[in-house]
Design a protein around this ligand. Structure first.
Ligand code: KMT
Ligand code: NI
Length: 176
């Protein structure tokens, strides 16, 4: 079962650690803010969901130290994924191997919710929801990234993205 909890915001610890504040977050709460979690035993289940939601493009992202020339460049890549951002399209991520954390910023309370994803976990992050990503201390994830027809999946960083109409559309979609 997926684990979600409030992030402890302890910046003295490495960002790949658990950062579990002890306050659990339910799947129902995630759904309220438009985040969908699914366990997909096979890639066929992912394909079905992708078809239903009109996704037609995908790639595989591999994040682990040995695919980077130096440990500094690995860390730079991790920091890039960890910068708070949103997208103008919803994004689907499916873990093929390894594990990682998706942190989503609760638009109601402004708190970071940490979601641990392991093999077979799929997450849908709605357009306009601020998030960031980091691997766990195992330092390894292989994940499918699914994109709609016309990919608009470049990251839009905070605070510039605060004025993006997609953010306002997202907030009104969840009644905030
Ligand atoms: C994103 O949009 O934040 C990402 O794609 C993170 C890497 S996917 C494991
Ligand atoms: Ni993203």
């Amino acid at each position: 079962m997926v684990q979600a909890y409030l992030h402890d915001n302890d910046t003295s610890q490495d960002f790949r650690k658990l950062h579990n504040s002890g306050k659990a977050v339910t799947i129902e709460h995630l759904e309220k803010i438009g985040v969908i979690y699914r366990y997909c035993k096979t890639e066929k289940e992912v394909d079905d969901l992708a078809r239903e939601r009109n996704y037609s493009n995908r790639d595989v992202v591999l994040i682990k130290p040995d695919v980077f020339p130096t440990s500094a460049s690995y860390l730079d890549k991790l920091k890039m994924f960890y910068a708070e951002h949103l997208h103008e399209d919803e994004e689907i991520r499916y873990v093929l191997e390894g594990s990682g954390y998706f942190d989503v910023r609760d638009p109601i309370t402004n708190e970071w919710i940490r979601i641990l994803l392991v093999e077979h976990d799929l997450i849908v992050i709605p357009a306009g929801l601020y998030h960031r990503f980091v691997v766990t201390e195992a330092n390894f994830i292989k994940a499918l990234r699914l994109f709609k027809d016309e990919p608009k999946w470049q990251a839009l960083y905070k605070p510039e993205a605060d004025n993006n109409p997609i953010l306002k559309d997202y907030l009104s979609s969840i009644n905030v």
